[in-house]
Design a protein around this ligand. Sequence first.
Ligand SMILES: NC(=O)C1=CN([C@@H]2O[C@H](COP(=O)(O)OP(=O)(O)OC[C@H]3O[C@@H](n4cnc5c(N)ncnc54)[C@H](O)[C@@H]3O)[C@@H](O)[C@H]2O)[C@@H](O)CC1
Ligand SMILES: Nc1ncnc2c1ncn2[C@@H]1O[C@H](COP(=O)(O)OP(=O)(O)O)[C@@H](O)[C@H]1O
Ligand SMILES: [Mg+2]
Length: 275
Amino acid sequence: MQTITTDLVKQTIIKRPADSYKGTYGRIMLIGGNQNFGGAIIMAATAATYSGAGLVTVATDPSNFTSLHAQLPEAMVMDYQNTPQLLALLKGMDVIVIGPGLGTEPGAETVLTTVLTHVTVQQRLVLDGSALTLLAANPQPLPASPIVVTPHQMEWQRLSGLKIADQTPAANQVAAQRLHVTAVVKAHRTTIYAGTQAWRNPGGSPAMATGGMGDTLAGMVGGFLAQFADFNHAILSAVYLHSAIADDLAQTRYVVLPHQISAEIPKYMHHYSQL
Ligand SMILES: NC(=O)C1=CN([C@@H]2O[C@H](COP(=O)(O)OP(=O)(O)OC[C@H]3O[C@@H](n4cnc5c(N)ncnc54)[C@H](O)[C@@H]3O)[C@@H](O)[C@H]2O)[C@@H](O)CC1
Ligand SMILES: Nc1ncnc2c1ncn2[C@@H]1O[C@H](COP(=O)(O)OP(=O)(O)O)[C@@H](O)[C@H]1O
Ligand SMILES: [Mg+2]
């Protein structure tokens, strides 16, 4: 198992070409946020936007529109239950993040199935939170697109069938290969599996143990995938930076909140792009 290095991160986060515009940095749709979990998709969308995704659209329950706009006027919104509009907008996306706060009601299952059956091989897919729980409860074929899953240990247990005590690197690797995904298995020391390769994230602390911390990571992963060509390096860099920012903030804070991490992302990306 390799440790994610600052070298990898600085090779991934490159300076932006002068001759570029918002379209250069990717169109991303984040899907989730039911009537109870609106905060989850707001945190994910905030992280994606602060990570530099060029155009951000949030497909969510309409009850979240006003709070989302108040927090993040950069984002566009749509009702995730409006299937014709969802399908029309999905076509133009480079990256789709689905799951933060999606919930597990039947309507959520319908949205997930719609996305899984229409996403194309050119589109990158991030599956997090409720999308993983839904998928585990009712397995359905995954598209041939590049896919990353970002489960916490219980979500990984549901999805892979591996009990938390049995989630060894060797077993996780086999499970990720069987699912044909890159798996970010979140824990105190998050590990990432892609094909025959595995990495360990060196950072992170219990100061990060706040609801929404994983939603924020899912948004960062999506934002990085919208901009950086190498699929696994984009994911690894997002995982590394998420905890590196938290570790710096935790030097003077007992807890680090998800939105505090998002606020720091542009500064840290600037730093790594200069190295
Ligand atoms: N403000 C919000 O709107 C928030 C919404 N959230 C959303 O709520 C939905 C449910 O996600 P949850 O993760 O809360 O619930 P889940 O039911 O999926 O997982 C929590 C369960 O897993 C167990 N567990 C075991 N190991 C764990 C580990 N390492 N990390 C976390 N749980 C572990 C817990 O004890 C608990 O029983 C997701 O869609 C998520 O995105 C959460 O992110 C919390 C914040
Ligand atoms: N004790 C800890 N040490 C390191 N990282 C932690 C710790 N507790 C939580 N985290 C990180 O916080 C995030 C939690 O993700 P998740 O459980 O999906 O949160 P949520 O769904 O509430 O947004 C993961 O990135 C995890 O690695
Ligand atoms: Mg989560």
